[in-house]
Design a protein around this ligand. Structure first.
Ligand SMILES: [Zn+2]
Length: 395
């Protein structure tokens, strides 16, 4: 059986679905569901509130045994860069590379997994394989929570999860978490000669931003000494600050966007509480001249960090599948892995391709990388006739 050809055929189809996060992913989900149905495998669809997107959970093998989750997101970032040399939603082979949006992040991994469904099905007498495909990962892991909940609630909780984000098949056991928020400040406008009757939203915003900068400096003095991160501490950053329209008007609107990227174990909740307190001080200050003034904080996105909680056994088992060294590796990008880990499923990140090529024009994945992923899937298939507790412990 030529699995590389199967993988390439499937990747070709997957790239053809323009599953940008803002759009529906149902055509892709329909395609995967049909493929699995041909193998006699049923799926659970978990729709979003609009009904235009869905996650998919499928079990290959017996659901009453502890299994392994292969996790991926089906959405991709937009492909509007003018410098694409081929249509982004057409898988285009040039030499030994396949170009197209999502080839690395992360339809190559999905294609490799789907190309092995038959092998998994024939082998999975003692360890089932669960496919868990989400939506909206690229806009803040919005689809994964329901899917993770369903996965953790399977008849037997899975013993291992591989999130197939592109790591060049390195086994990553930790990454930072992220919280992104928007602060909307409403003051009161007025003529710039009459500032005493107005409430200046830009001044309030500037004080908040200055306080956030102080907090960021404070965080940089709290180095994390577990596993290596770059930088080795939590960061707080203001990405945008907008306010004001004309010099002769007191601005009544300002908007700040900030994010915190936290090392495992950082007390993000108390940081956010401190931000609430300093925002409240500015709210009260504005209200002294304008009772209608307000400041609201909106959630933009959040995902938990992946703490290096995956046992050595989990890291070793996946390193053995991927045929790489088992070390303590981290990545600088976020993934859905923290959510699985929070649901008490030992989780690592390991997939073909390279994140450095994702989120830009001419994203690609190499044939050799897909072959590497296929070898990982084949080695996995060879283990499925033994209970996972046995082969995770003794690889
Ligand atoms: Zn991704």
């Amino acid at each position: 059986m030529d699995t590389l050809k199967d993988t390439l055929d499937i990747l070709d189809r997957l790239v053809g679905f323009p599953t940008v996060s803002a759009r529906s992913n149902l055509d892709l989900i329909d395609y995967v569901e049909k493929r699995l149905a041909q193998e006699g495998i049923g799926v659970l669809r978990i729709p979003d509130v609009s009904g235009k997107k869905a996650s998919l959970l499928a079990t290959i093998g017996r659901p009453d045994q502890a299994g392994i989750v292969l996790s991926a997101h089906t959405d991709v970032v937009p492909a509007e860069e003018p410098s694409w040399s081929s249509p982004p939603f057409t898988a285009t082979t040039r030499g030994d590379r396949i170009h197209g949006r999502g080839t690395s992040d992360m339809k190559g991994f999905i294609a490799s997994a789907l190309a092995h469904v038959d092998a998994f099905k024939r082998a999975a007498t003692a360890t089932p394989v669960h496919l868990a495909f989400s939506y909206d990962e690229e806009v803040g892991c919005r689809g994964a929570p329901d899917l993770v909940k369903a996965t953790a609630a399977l008849p037997v909780r899975p013993a291992l999860c591989i999130v197939g984000e592109p790591t060049s098949l390195r086994v990553v056991s930790a990454h930072k978490g992220k919280v992104a928020r928007r602060i909307r400040i409403t003051g009161r406008t007025g003529h710039s000669a009459m500032t005493h009757r107005a409430a200046n939203a830009v001044f309030a915003a500037a004080r908040i931003v200055a306080s956030l900068d102080d907090m960021a400096r404070e965080l940089s003095r709290l180095p994390y000494d577990g596993i290596a991160f770059d930088p080795p501490y939590s960061t707080l950053h203001v990405g945008s600050l907008h306010g004001g329209t004309a010099l002769n008007l007191v601005p009544d609107q300002a908007v700040i966007e900030f994010e915190i990227r936290s090392v495992p174990g950082a007390d993000v909740a108390s940081l956010l509480k401190r931000i609430d307190v300093l925002v409240d001080a500015q709210r009260q200050s504005l209200r002294r001249t304008a009772s209608e003034a307000d400041i609201v904080i909106e959630d933009m996105s959040a995902y938990p960090g992946l703490a290096p909680s995956a046992t050595d056994a989990a890291v070793k088992a996946v390193a053995d599948l991927a045929q790489v060294e088992a070390g303590q590796e981290t990545v600088s990008f976020g993934t859905e892995a923290g959510l699985y880990s929070e649901a008490r499923i030992p989780t690592v990140v390991c997939g073909p391709g390279d994140m450095a090529r994702a989120h830009k024009a001419d994203e690609w994945i190499g044939m050799d990388e897909l072959s590497g992923a296929n070898r990982m899937m084949q080695r996995l298939a060879q283990k499925l006739d033994r209970p996972i507790a046995e082969w995770m412990g003794a690889t």
